[in-house]
Design a protein around this ligand. Structure first.
Ligand code: MF3
Ligand code: CO
Length: 269
């Protein structure tokens, strides 16, 4: 047992949830994952430079597939558990896992989440952004702004020997203060060696609860914020697309973070 093992063991003995050592990335793994994350950011920048009213979400999918593969990567969503495309595109009342479609056209006033995940040399990265298409309503503008604020407030709580619940609490409090709700059942995840690793990251939890944060942990901060009810349903035909139950707007922003010795580093956003 080294010093870290002793510390983790004694926290566990006090009833804390601690990460398995396998969830703590080595410097070599971090270096390789960082390259994947840098490509992931470049893909998102590429989408940002080309997204516009009148294009289809299938065109976004093509931008992602072409750019990723031209740079030696593989889009992680493609064929993941049967997902048919390279990116998730979730418009307005779609909470997440929207499937790009040539008949789905971006219109002025839409808000869209583009969720990009990349495999490079076997290492995984994941981040998503919100885009506003042309002029959007004040309501749409606000939920996008507040969602960004939620993620930034959560990020401030991401530091060694804190808890995942600290992040959740900050996010949920800010969402509620603005009259919004946070989806509880769909959350973030560990990442790096796999697309989805432990822990599951919920954004509805009290301070000091859930897993202890330890240097070397990597996970996503990706709350889904709803204008109205947090409840949802899944498209019966495709088995993926998640809609708000009340047709209200939903927004999501995802950062992939590494817990460091003195805080957290955003690897891709
Ligand atoms: N990028 C999504 C996430 O944040 C992954 C969704 S799975 C997919 O976890 F197959 F839809 F891509
Ligand atoms: Co994710």
């Amino acid at each position: 047992m080294d010093k870290l093992d002793v510390k983790l063991w004694s926290l566990a003995a006090k009833g804390q949830i601690v990460p398995d050592r396998s969830l703590l990335k080595t410097p070599e793994q971090i270096a390789a994952i960082r390259k994947s994350a840098d490509l992931n950011t470049a893909v998102l920048d590429h989408v940002a430079a080309h997204i516009h009213a009148g294009m289809s979400t299938a065109e976004i999918d093509k931008l992602v597939y072409d750019f990723t593969t031209e740079h030696g990567g593989i889009p992680a969503p493609l064929n993941y558990e049967g997902f048919p495309k390279s990116v998730c595109t979730s418009i307005n009342n779609v909470i997440c896992h929207g499937i790009p479609d040539e008949n789905e056209i971006l219109e002025e006033g839409d808000i869209i989440n583009v969720d990009v995940s990349t495999i490079l040399d076997g290492y995984f990265s994941d981040a998503s952004r919100m885009f506003t298409i042309g002029n959007v309503s004040p309501e749409a503008e606000k939920i996008v702004r507040v969602t960004k604020e939620c993620v930034e407030l959560g990020l401030k709580e991401a530091k060694p020997w804190g808890h995942l619940g600290d992040i959740a609490f900050a996010i949920n409090r800010h969402a509620q203060k603005n009259g919004y709700s946070v989806v509880e059942e769909i959350g973030g995840h560990g990442i790096g060696l796999e697309f989805h690793e432990d822990p599951f990251v919920c954004y509805v939890a009290p301070k000091g609860s859930e897993m202890v944060l330890v240097p070397g942990m990597m996970f996503t901060i990706e709350p889904m914020i709803n204008e109205g009810s947090p409840d949802f349903f899944v498209d019966e035909d495709n088995g993926w697309t998640v809609f708000t139950i009340d047709d209200g707007l939903s927004a999501q922003i995802e950062y992939m973070v590494l817990i460091t010795e003195d805080g957290a580093e955003v690897l891709t956003k």
